[in-house]
Design a protein around this ligand. Structure first.
Ligand SMILES: C[S@@+](CC[C@H](N)C(=O)[O-])C[C@H]1O[C@@H](n2cnc3c(N)ncnc32)[C@H](O)[C@@H]1O
Length: 191
């Protein structure tokens, strides 16, 4: 385990678990660039209300939001990641819920946080389902890295995934808050 220090929180990552294959297992035991971008945004622009982070991994953005006063639930599908999330909540001495949410599940939130959670075609429709909460008035801060093609197991996953997601989100507004090369932070709302 490796500890990484940020402005308001620190997170433990697992240096022994590196997932080269995006189709196998979780990628959530390390901190991805999108999480750092989103966390920095939250440091400068704290959010309030009920905050849910999807595919939280180490939980950096959600922990930052909690440190700055939000009521946060950190979620992920992967039991190993959930264990790490509970540990990271403890490390920071925060009162934050951790629970299993798989894309497709309904959530209740005023603000949804998401960093680097979309890279497979099969995630698109279920994720849109979970983001129905945005149609009901929540806002979503969504960090996304536009990646090159993955070639794995005879499948190609490309930023066609992103295009498919945008099509699924027809009717929602995507506003770019920040960009750094291929990495973008969007605010997604229903208005
Ligand atoms: C690339 S990691 C990003 C982790 C963290 N958000 C970050 O940016 O550092 C993707 C995360 O999404 C989670 N994830 C992937 N598919 C999911 C699904 N269908 N439902 C819930 N979580 C999922 C993975 O377990 C993993 O923690």
């Amino acid at each position: 385990m490796e500890r990484r220090e940020y402005k308001y929180v620190s997170v433990m990552t697992s240096s022994t678990q590196r997932y080269e294959d995006p189709f196998a297992g979780s990628t959530g035991l390390e901190v991805w660039r999108g999480a750092e971008m989103l966390s920095r945004y939250l440091e400068a622009n704290p959010v309030t209300g009920r905050v849910v982070e999807l595919g939280a991994g180490t939980g950096l953005p959600g922990l930052t939001a909690a440190k700055l006063g939000a009521r946060v639930t950190l979620t992920d599908q992967d039991p190993q990641v959930l264990e790490l999330l509970r540990h990271n909540v403890q490390v920071n001495g925060l009162d934050v819920d951790v629970r299993r949410v798989v894309f497709g599940d309904a959530i209740d939130a005023d603000v949804v946080l998401a960093a680097d959670i979309l890279y497979l075609t099969r995630q698109v429709k279920p994720l849109r389902q979970t983001l129905r909460v945005v149609d009901d008035g929540a806002e979503c801060l969504f960090a996304h890295e536009m990646r090159r093609t993955w070639h794995r197991g005879g499948q190609d996953e490309t930023d066609e995934v992103w295009d498919a997601f945008r099509r699924q989100c027809d009717g929602l507004t995507f506003r770019v808050l920040e960009s750094n090369e291929q990495l973008h932070l969007f605010k997604i709302t229903s208005s």
